[in-house]
Design a protein around this ligand. Structure first.
Ligand code: PLP
Length: 287
């Protein structure tokens, strides 16, 4: 595959960055995960906007315009002859010295990797996931705000480790107050008596692009949809629970902390939302 690295396209073997890159030394940088479906880059503008918002928040100047960045992403997909792909965008502070001060890093490192997508097995969508809530808390928004899609994903990695150790596929993080925040790399929704609820992102969650797409679809279908804080108890007693994310799309959850959710099978509203979501992935975005 051809990888975009600082203005050039290089092979996978040649695509490497310095050990002095502060993205590596300090997790100083930001990223995006994007998908294309049948040549349509799903909600590319929204991903670009979030990338630039993350950059602004950490005072990182991306050395090109958002419009140019969109072109680079589309060009990277074209160069690799992909129609259905997963695109990883990384912008790090760049090469500096061993100190953490970012002023020693004159040039950000910009990477775009477009690769063929490895989709979760179909069975997972039909049967749903078993999950747990974990001891690791989502970081407090007054520390590193979870709205920044930064390269500091240790929290999320720890959550994945906790899930692995418990023998489940995904885990749910609470915030410092005990409210439900999100999954390791997915937003969470619960449904009870027809009402769809997702935590407000100020509780400590990424403003997911898929999350927004699902809220848009729910509104269009006329389903009651709100952003409200909720606790583990509300998850346990929900009729349906699902997670959303670029990689996972909409994935049903059928068990949380040993409690069976609803009937123990993916629910009708979750199924409908997934179906509608899959339709718009081919049209909503940039060709
Ligand atoms: N939450 C976190 C922490 C994530 O890393 C992601 C991944 O992208 C999401 C939620 C889902 O966001 P999106 O739907 O934009 O992919």
């Amino acid at each position: 595959i051809q990888i975009y690295l600082n203005g050039q396209y290089v092979s996978k073997e040649e695509a490497s960055v310095s050990v002095f890159d502060h993205g590596f030394l300090y997790g100083d940088g930001i990223f995006e995960g994007i998908r294309s479906y049948g040549g349509n880059v799903f909600r590319l503008k929204e991903h670009i906007e979030r990338l630039y918002d993350s950059a602004k928040s950490i005072m990182l100047d991306i050395p090109m315009s958002p419009e140019k960045f969109e072109e680079v992403i589309c060009e990277t997909i074209r160069k690799n002859n992909l129609t259905d792909s997963y695109i990883r965008v990384v912008v790090s502070r760049g090469k500096g010295d061993l100190g953490l001060c970012p002023t020693k890093c004159p040039k950000p490192t910009v990477i775009v990797i477009a690769d063929s997508i490895s989709i979760y097995p179909k069975e997972l969508y039909e049967k749903g996931l078993r999950t747990i809530t974990v001891p690791t808390r989502r970081n407090n928004p007054d520390a590193l705000n979870p709205k920044i899609k930064s390269l500091n994903y240790l929290n999320n990695v720890l959550v994945k480790i906790e899930a692995n150790q418990a023998g489940v596929s995904e885990a749910i993080m609470l915030n410092h107050q005990g409210y439900v925040a999100e999954g390791s790399a997915d937003n969470i929704f619960v449904i009870r008596k027809g009402k769809i609820v997702t935590p407000p992102t100020y509780l400590g969650a990424l403003e997911g692009i898929t999350r927004q797409a699902i809220m848009d679809i729910a509104n269009e279908l006329g389903y009651p949809m709100v952003e409200e804080p909720f606790t583990r108890h509300d998850v346990y007693i929900a009729d349906e629970v699902f997670l959303t994310g670029t990689a996972a799309e909409v994935i049903p959850v059928i068990e949380v902390d040993g409690r069976v959710i609803g009937s123990g099978e993916p629910g009708p509203i979750t199924k409908k939302l997934l179906e509608e979501f899959r339709k718009i992935t081919y049209t909503d975005g940039t060709k």
